[in-house]
Design a protein around this ligand. Structure first.
Ligand code: SIN
Length: 521
């Protein structure tokens, strides 16, 4: 199985697909959706979702969403503003008063059903996701399985939120710890995982008894709106999940409204470090609890003892999944000098053999378009900067027109190049040389980011040493694709705050309360 198909399969759960007749509508991207309705059965909605209703922006304004593979219009959705956001927050606050009183068992059943509906509709949702985001269909299906996995996980975790009874130091008292939902949770989600980042956040919040106001990325609102329809179908009550869509122009006022509202007590954001820092400042005004999943600059180290073929396969997944557009993508590939030439040659050969650039909808595509023209320009600038400073293009290196870029391997990369210092977020594998473990661990940690790190080694002592010394929230040892719903995801240093997923993810949406019962004889 090609490497990226393996990566996608890791996220996949067993499909139970419902068949639909009009998939060609989404794929043509030209049929405007009916107002507030699922167009035929295609999950394309043209309204935002507040209080269980499909609603327009109060201004009546809309913005266009384009397919990154061909620039064609998919449709238009409401361009909401701060007033619309404040209205959605009030709705979520009202809904919270009753939602927090539901039992964990009730919330669990609804979340489970929501996840099942994602799986039942996976085929159609995957096509929608590929159409608005660009990733190949197999990866979209993988994301849908991954996303549904968070709902299954949090359906289970809802029932495991437990308090404590503490040994009392005073005989006449009993000391208890309660865990209670934190309240209305604001969320801003990214375009690279338009479905799974929603369920990773909203699944945890809803399981805990919180209500949600969520702004999806302007490039990918349709997957978010499709999830609203499925949440409604699953029976999640009005006001518990609200999605406010807006353009890039209105994003800062919508974000500010979420961060500064006193009714919102929790904020969760996935996106760039620059924006994360801004939101954190805005949240300070109301001292909100904040979760941030920000940028990375992941080292991928291949030690002398590594199985080079396995390391090449790992690098394929870690680097080229989602055309290099994940925050856990390998950013700096360090290879021991003794196996450097072999690794470079094998990686380039595998890239040329296994990767096919094209529209994600087309069979056989493994590398979809980048999200937009600006992303392509950034990748071009990275290649040019590296070549000017002495790197060699082993394969790829050029734009292929539109938003497409050739998967690229660069050798003789050094630490002063942009592709080593900045998050690439595109399909460039830059390969650096190292001599010693101490040197490479130092280099790996010499960054303000700390999201993911990977290494390949067959030396057990080295495996423990390096796993413990890497300064990152996630470490892949002899594995290049490590994200699963069951494990905690989050970064150290400027890569973020808090954890999502796993049994830890629900804690972000809970407050602890100490109750002292006195006067007991
Ligand atoms: C991300 O890039 O934001 C998420 C990647 C993942 O969950 O693997």
């Amino acid at each position: 199985m090609p490497t990226l198909a393996v990566a996608a399969a890791i996220f996949r759960s067993s499909p139970k697909l419902r068949s639909f007749s009009s998939l060609s509508k989404i794929m043509d991207n030209v049929t405007p959706p009916k107002p507030g309705f699922r167009a035929a059965s295609s999950f394309v909605y043209d309204k935002a979702f507040v209080n269980g209703e499909w609603v327009a922006a109060s201004s009546g304004k809309t913005f266009e969403v384009l397919n990154p593979a061909n620039g064609k219009l998919i449709g238009s959705v409401p361009d909401m503003d701060a007033t619309d956001t404040e209205n959605a927050i009030k709705v979520a606050y009202k809904a919270f008063q009753s939602w927090k009183e539901t039992t964990a068992k009730e919330r669990s059943a609804l979340l489970r059903r929501w996840g099942e509906l994602m799986v039942e509709n996976k085929e159609e949702l995957s096509k929608l996701l590929t159409t608005e985001m660009g990733k190949p269909l197999a990866e979209s299906a993988g994301e849908l399985g991954y996303g549904a996995g968070f709902l299954e996980l949090f359906a289970e975790e809802a029932k495991r939120v437990e308090g404590d009874i503490i040994q009392t130091p005073i005989k006449t008292r009993r000391l208890l710890v309660l865990k209670q939902p934190i309240g209305v949770s604001g969320m801003i989600t990214p375009w690279n995982f338009p479905s799974a980042m929603i369920t990773r956040k909203a699944g945890a919040a809803i399981a805990a008894g919180c209500t949600v106001v969520l702004k999806p990325a302007e490039d990918t609102p349709y997957s978010a709106l499709a999830l609203c329809e499925l949440a409604k179908e699953a029976g999640i009550p009005p006001g518990v999940l609200n999605v406010v869509t807006c353009s890039r122009d209105n994003a800062s006022q919508v974000g500010r409204a979420l961060c500064e509202s006193p009714l919102v007590t929790k904020m969760s954001f996935t996106g760039s470090t620059v924006v994360g820092k801004l939101l954190l400042q805005q949240c300070a005004s109301t001292v909100k609890k904040v979760s941030l999943e920000l940028g990375g600059n992941a080292p991928f180290i291949v030690f002398q003892s590594a199985d080079v073929d396995a390391a090449v396969q790992g690098a394929m997944g870690a680097k080229f999944r989602c055309s290099g557009q994940t925050c856990v993508c390998a950013n700096r590939i360090y290879v021991h000098e003794s196996i450097y030439d072999e690794f470079v040659q094998k990686l380039a050969a595998t890239v040329e053999k296994d990767l096919k650039v094209g529209d994600g909808i087309a069979p056989g595509t493994t590398q979809g378009p980048l999200i937009n023209k600006k992303a392509v320009e950034k990748i071009e600038a990275h290649v040019q900067d590296a070549v000017t400073k002495g790197a060699k293009v082993v394969c790829g290196g050029k734009s292929k027109g539109g938003n497409f870029f050739e998967p690229t391997v660069l050798s003789e990369v050094t630490g002063d190049m942009r592709c080593s210092k900045e998050e690439i977020f595109g399909p460039i594998a830059g390969i650096l040389r190292f001599k010693t473990e101490e040197e490479v661990v130092g280099l790996a940690n010499a960054t303000s980011s700390g999201l993911a790190g990977y290494f390949y080694s067959r030396d057990l002592g080295q495996i423990w040493r390096v796993a413990e010394r890497l300064e990152s929230g996630l470490v892949g040892v002899n594995e290049g694709v490590i994200s699963v719903p069951d494990a905690p995801f989050g970064g150290w240093k400027e890569s973020g705050l808090g954890r999502e997923g796993g049994r830890y993810g629900i804690d972000e949406y809970l407050e602890m309360k100490y109750v002292c019962m006195g006067g007991l004889n």
